[in-house]
Design a protein around this ligand. Structure first.
Ligand SMILES: NC(=O)c1ccc[n+]([C@@H]2O[C@H](COP(=O)([O-])OP(=O)(O)OC[C@H]3O[C@@H](n4cnc5c(N)ncnc54)[C@H](O)[C@@H]3O)[C@@H](O)[C@H]2O)c1
Length: 406
């Protein structure tokens, strides 16, 4: 890649839907230009032109792109979850570096095959776990790495998915054949973060969940051809008044999982899709204190309690969250830049395909558990063939000093 370093990378986008605009960060950085797309939807060409501002060479299948003669330096895969494995494996086999959206795959076999293909073909694979670049997460990770709460022993995450009805129950997300379940589809983010903050991977999980609210709504419609945010509105409240849900709704709208990690840390993750507010609350408890975030974007804080006392609302230290004013835009930009640095210079990454695989493994196992009477399920470890293709592990630290990223 050295000879081409100064030229913009020729990029393809596979799946021109709501998330595909992530590739625009590569364009904005001046390091890439989107030259082609793949999408079976006939209206994707117009969408691609609208998003990327010019006409692109279009294909309806990734193999047409591979055989079509459009030279490509990398592909952003932003198609629905159940298509990730086949698409990523085809691209990697063709030697095309891949930025793959989370979750890595909807089955553990699929996830393992993607990693094995990346390793066997020595083709760069990057999984877009943008949460590792969110200001709130980096702040919590720094506090832990500085030793302010001692050795981590427990992580609890409550996830209030306030826009859940609009985001996850009006299209393919609601169909378990396309996602396995939302504990994987949405939870893969937080399971990965829990693993990262705890410095280990889940080995044993159990889950409990239900389709408590949206299953009872009979107003359904086929929304293919429309995309989020076309149906998004804060007026869609309360959740029981939602209309236009996907014809198939068979994923849980509330779920909880317990995790035992390989380093003895115990963790829990609770996800609810019918709360009025949208944010995540983490509590991390160590041998010398605990931390907790209040708000997860700019304006929020992380508080640390590391002296002994009765109820103390403000804690012993309080750190402001700076950045991500509008959700995870800043994190997306950092994530894409990390991918480009990895691609062009082999720079080590904060995200990790192996960690992504292990988040998928825990999410799938917990989903099986919650659908099987909450039985505990042991996680199949990654085999040697799925060795991490060149990036950081679960307890990797953020490169650079704390001051670099405040
Ligand atoms: N990291 C994040 O914060 C984040 C945020 C949103 C979405 N995502 C991920 O991005 C992916 C896409 O989600 P979305 O919300 O953009 O979905 P979407 O439904 O808006 O768009 C999906 C697009 O993929 C196309 N498509 C379907 N099958 C395809 C195939 N076989 N090959 C190529 N294209 C195909 C569809 O026609 C559509 O244009 C998902 O995996 C999701 O988990 C990640």
């Amino acid at each position: 890649m050295t000879g081409r370093e100064r030229e913009a990378l020729r990029l393809a986008v596979v799946g021109v839907g709501a998330r595909s605009s992530i590739a625009q960060h590569a364009v904005d950085s001046g390091r890439g230009r989107v030259v082609a797309f793949v999408d079976p939807d006939p209206s994707a060409a117009l969408r691609a032109e609208r998003i990327f501002g010019h006409t692109l060479t279009g294909y309806s299948h990734q193999r047409e792109l591979i055989e079509g003669g459009t030279p490509i330096d990398a592909a952003f895969v932003t198609s629905p979850d159940h298509t990730h494995a086949e698409i990523a494996i085809d691209l990697l086999r063709a030697g095309i570096p891949v930025y793959l959206e989370k979750p890595l795959a909807t089955t553990l076999d699929g996830a393992d095959e993607i990693l094995a293909t990346a390793a066997a073909t020595r083709t760069p694979l990057y999984v877009g776990h943008n949460m590792r670049h969110m200001a709130v997460i980096r702040l919590m990770k720094e506090i832990i790495d500085r030793g302010e709460i001692g050795e981590v022993k427990a992580v609890w995450c409550r996830h209030f998915v306030g826009n859940g009805g609009d985001y996850y129950f009006k299209d393919w997300h609601a169909d378990r054949t396309k996602t396995t379940g939302l504990l994987l589809q949405k939870g893969a983010h937080d399971i990965d973060i829990i693993h990262w903050l705890a410095g280990g991977y889940s080995t044993l999980v159990s889950g409990m969940g239900a389709l408590s609210v949206y299953g009872g709504i009979r107003d359904r419609r086929e929304n293919s051809g429309r995309l989020m945010p076309e149906w998004f509105s804060f007026e869609n409240w309360p959740p029981t008044s939602q209309t236009g849900l996907n014809p198939v709704v068979d994923v849980e709208d509330i779920s909880m999982m317990l995790m035992e990690l390989d380093n003895g840390v115990l963790a829990s993750y609770e996800q609810c899709h019918f709360t009025p507010d949208y944010w995540r609350n983490y509590t991390v408890i160590g041998t010398k204190g605990r931390l907790e975030n209040f708000g997860d974007t700019d304006g929020g804080v992380v508080r640390v309690w590391n002296r002994r006392h009765e109820y103390s609302p403000h804690g012993d230290a309080e750190y402001p969250i700076r950045g991500d004013a509008s959700g995870h835009d800043d994190a997306d930009e950092r994530t894409v830049n990390e991918f480009l640095d990895f691609l062009e210079h082999g720079t080590p990454t904060v995200t990790s395909p192996l960690a992504s695989r292990n988040a998928v493994a825990a999410g799938i196992a917990a989903t099986h558990s919650l659908r099987s009477g909450s039985v505990p399920i042991r996680i199949r470890p990654a085999g040697a063939a799925t060795a991490d293709p060149g990036t950081g592990g679960p307890s990797g630290r953020i490169p650079g000093s704390a001051a670099d990223i405040r």
